[in-house]
Design a protein around this ligand. Structure first.
Ligand code: B12
Ligand code: SF4
Ligand code: SF4
Length: 337
């Protein structure tokens, strides 16, 4: 069996659902589009997107002599949510940055077993500075939808991406010749207008950014539009016809409980990190999650925690939480009688 096929077989055997391989040549069109996206300020407060610009479009800047990229996809299921507060489906499974490391390592070890020459390689799961969707698209893993996610024509978009850059030449796959066509559902459904233009996401308005990466207050004009989401957002995937066949699951029993009460009982950010260590919600930090729950409580008019919210509005050490609690209080006060 040839090397390319052996690597692909190993990737599937290791638990990945998709594998495709492309050349590690620098991206030219995407370089321009990414630059434009950054100039327009669409990366919001994610300053690391600018800092690592060259790495994103030029794999040789990440691995000397980079020749090929093995692109991998791992599906997760959309979740039927039972809590009034919504958490993006991917965050109901344990942190993929951690769980996908061992299967990735198995593929890397296998490449070493198969090849006589020392193969230099480097692997990434999201956290790496590589334009992952663009390379995965090149490797035929899916097409890029108007919601900007990579979509597999038969299995939808609920999958993570990972990749291994290697300094050997392999056989390359081709991009798929498929598109959204006339569908516009995600653009029409995005509550904040983050997808004002198809294929173009403004992070400043995206609920996923506002509730996860954003370390400041949620801008007042967007608070209502964030609705009941407290970590991430799945709306532009939920409405996508390509996800109709994605098998959904109920919330896993061991997924962490996140309520205002449970968060306020955690004494520090350090302790929060220890408790949620294996879960994606760790990214928002304790302060971010409290801010998000307060915002959703205001939108849902949930009055159960009225006394705690009033307390936060008067005495919180965090200006962000204090101000958000005051906003929430104004919205729920008339309903607390
Ligand atoms: C920054 C980031 C975010 C930001 C910005 C999102 C974005 N669309 O850029 C925020 C915080 C908002 C975010 C949210 C989410 N993210 Co995110 N994110 C990233 C990260 C770290 C970088 C993405 C990036 O480079 N953006 C830069 C812009 C310029 O890229 P782009 O949108 O793809 O831009 C292209 C288009 O504009 C396109 N284009 C422009 N015009 C046209 C015209 C046509 C015709 C076409 C075809 C294309 C096109 O060209 C550009 C360059 O390629 C990647 C991991 C990585 N290292 O790549 C994960 C990643 C993209 N995220 C992921 C996920 C799962 C999510 C969420 C679903 C999580 C959630 N449920 O809340 C949401 C989805 C929101 C959405 N609709 O995109 C997955 C996506 C997997 C997939 N199947 O696509 C990734 C790949 C992480 C991973 N390894 O699994 N994310
Ligand atoms: S994740 Fe939500 S807010 Fe962001 S683009 Fe999609 S629908 Fe809009
Ligand atoms: S909802 Fe429609 S337009 Fe949006 S990504 Fe899916 S197919 Fe494309």
């Amino acid at each position: 069996m040839n090397l390319t096929q052996a690597i692909k077989d190993k990737a599937l055997e290791s638990g990945f659902d998709h594998v495709g391989i492309c050349s590690a040549a620098p991206l030219e069109i995407e370089r321009y589009l990414l630059q434009e996206w950054l100039i327009q300020g669409c990366s919001a407060g994610m300053h690391y997107m600018k800092a690592s610009f060259e790495n994103r479009v030029s794999p040789a800047s990440l691995l000397e002599g980079a020749q090929s990229i093995i692109c991998l996809g791992k599906h997760y299921s959309p979740v039927k949510q039972s809590s009034p507060y919504k958490i993006a489906s991917y965050a109901h499974t344990k942190d993929y940055h951690q769980t996908l490391k061992p299967p990735l390592q198995r593929i890397e070890d296998y490449i070493d077993e198969l090849t006589e020459k020392q193969v230099n390689k480097i692997s990434f799961i999201d956290s790496g500075p590589l334009l992952e969707k663009a390379y995965a698209k090149k490797a035929g893993l899916g097409f890029q939808g108007k919601n900007t996610n990579l979509i597999h024509p038969a299995k939808g978009s609920y999958f993570f991406l990972a990749e291994i850059i290697v300094d050997i030449e392999l056989e390359y796959d081709r991009p798929l010749n498929i598109s959204c066509g006339t569908c516009d559902k995600c653009v029409e459904s995005c509550p904040t207008g983050a997808l004002d233009k198809p294929y173009w996401l403004d992070s400043n308005k995206c609920i996923s950014y506002l509730t996860i990466e954003n370390k400041s207050a949620i801008p007042p004009e967007l608070r209502e539009k964030v609705r009941d989401w407290i970590f991430g957002c799945d709306i532009c995937q939920e409405v996508c016809p390509f996800n109709r066949k994605a098998p959904s699951q109920s919330e896993p029993e061991n997924s962490p409980e996140i309520t205002l009460q449970s968060l306020l009982e955690i004494p520090s950010e350090k302790r929060f990190k220890e408790i949620y260590n294996e879960w994606p919600v760790i990214r928002a930090k304790k302060t971010g999650l409290i801010r998000n729950i307060l915002n959703a409580s205001g939108n849902l008019r949930i009055t159960d925690n009225f006394a705690q919210i009033r307390n936060l509005a008067n005495t919180s050490d965090s200006e962000i939480i204090k101000e958000q609690a005051q906003w929430t209080l104004k919205r729920i006060k008339p309903f607390n009688s």
